[in-house]
Design a protein around this ligand. Structure first.
Ligand SMILES: [Mg+2]
Length: 397
């Protein structure tokens, strides 16, 4: 049966929250991210307002470059706790229309509103009401795409940002996709796009006209999937509860770091931060990924499964340290480290097994961390710091 899927995506979310909270920033370029330090700052842009985008600033751009492009922007450190709060308010609006809701990130979700015609007047009507509620109740702007499947809905929400609203009826899918550039296809990065362009393909419509085997020499296994997407065929259901598949944090050092002790301390702080986020979301991690970038910008990641699912910083840290030992190091000092918790599962799932494999002392450690979480919720992150992070060196086993 035909589905009606909405993709809802907040416009410039972090920056929009800052502009809403601080009227003085409205109409001005706002850049949320690392400290620019007068152009010498390290780290990247996390988000920026449309005024800043007009000057060429983009998210993930080095903050020093953003500073050069737009020196009179308002540069702000991110307030993640605040954005999470506002995100909850956004999701509580979305929940009114369906319980088949799949969050993709803090400011983005798929909704399956198939069968909403009688109650709400159909997908387009739901989309319009969501945009209105978000604007009137929260003072923010959402872009919405309405389509018969996830892929087309996501392309549609992005097409007329900001304040986009694009409805694609089932019979319009082919004509809607045909003129769009190849980069709009999921899984087609610049490299694949380049390969396709070299054989004369320019648009999604060009790919849709092919048979999968015409492309299999070029793309192998992926050919079939790509041709199907190009034809607007995508039957993946909206999966409620399939929230974040991973949770991570990373640090760019002020200066490249040679001292392994400093790297270890940074890993401990990151592991604690990620574990706190797991506990707040009532999740546990079944795996860890370590990311390391050296002074020559060579990035290396290593992943491992945990002996048992955890939401404790110590466990993540121990595994991250083991992974650190496996990273080939040729590029000299370290520029950036990151810790990501993977294979997330909701607490309560598989509780019996957790109980069985819980190590002695885990209960007390978890109580301690819960107390820390509660303090941080009241007084802000960082009020409680591990001795190992304060002392010159971490003496941890
Ligand atoms: Mg967004």
């Amino acid at each position: 049966m035909a589905r009606t899927i909405l993709h809802v995506d907040m416009d410039a979310f972090y920056a929009a929250v800052e502009q809403r909270d601080h009227p003085a920033y409205r109409g001005r370029p706002v850049v949320v991210g690392a400290d620019p330090k007068g152009g010498r700052g390290r780290g990247v842009v996390a988000a920026c307002s449309y005024e800043a985008r007009a000057a060429g600033v983009r998210s993930a751009l080095p903050i020093s470059q953003a500073w050069r492009l737009c020196p009179d922007a308002v540069f702000l450190r991110p307030r993640f706790a605040r954005y999470a709060q506002v995100s909850e308010a956004v999701f509580s609006v979305l929940c009114r229309y369906t319980d088949r809701l799949e969050p993709l990130s803090i400011d983005e979700a798929f909704l399956d509103v198939t069968g909403s015609d009688r109650l709400f007047g159909g997908g387009a009507a739901v989309g319009r009401r969501i945009k209105e509620s978000v604007r009137e109740e929260l003072g923010l702007v959402a872009s919405v795409g309405v389509a018969p499947n996830k892929f087309v809905a996501k392309v549609a929400s992005d097409l007329e940002k900001p304040d986009g609203f694009v409805v694609v009826q089932p019979e319009e899918v082919a004509a809607f996709l045909a003129p769009l550039p190849l980069g709009r296809l999921w899984g087609v990065g610049p490299k694949t796009a380049d390969r396709l362009m070299r054989v004369g393909l320019r648009t999604i419509g060009d790919v849709a006209r092919l048979r999968p085997r015409d492309l299999s020499g070029l793309l192998g296994e992926g050919a079939e999937h790509l041709v199907r997407l190009a034809r607007g065929e995508d039957d993946r259901p909206v999966e409620p509860g399939a929230a974040a598949k991973s949770l991570g944090a990373e640090t760019t050092f002020e200066e490249d770091v040679d001292d392994p002790e400093v790297v270890r301390r940074a890993l401990l702080a990151l592991a604690d931060r990620v574990a706190g986020r797991l506990r707040r979301r009532r999740l546990r991690a079944g795996g860890v990924t370590l990311k390391l970038r050296d002074a020559r910008f060579v990035t290396c990641t290593r992943s491992a499964l945990l002996p048992r699912p955890t939401d404790l910083g110590d466990d993540l840290y121990r595994e991250a340290l083991a992974l650190l030992a496996r990273v080939p190091r040729s590029g000299g000092p370290v520029r950036l480290v990151g810790v990501t918790a993977t294979r997330l599962e909701a607490q309560g799932e598989g509780t019996v097994q957790l109980g069985l494999f819980e190590a002695p002392g885990d209960g007390r450690r978890r109580e301690l961390f819960r107390a820390v979480d509660a303090l941080e919720a009241r007084f802000g992150a960082g009020v409680v710091t591990r001795a190992a992070l304060v002392k010159g060196r971490a003496s941890r086993g």
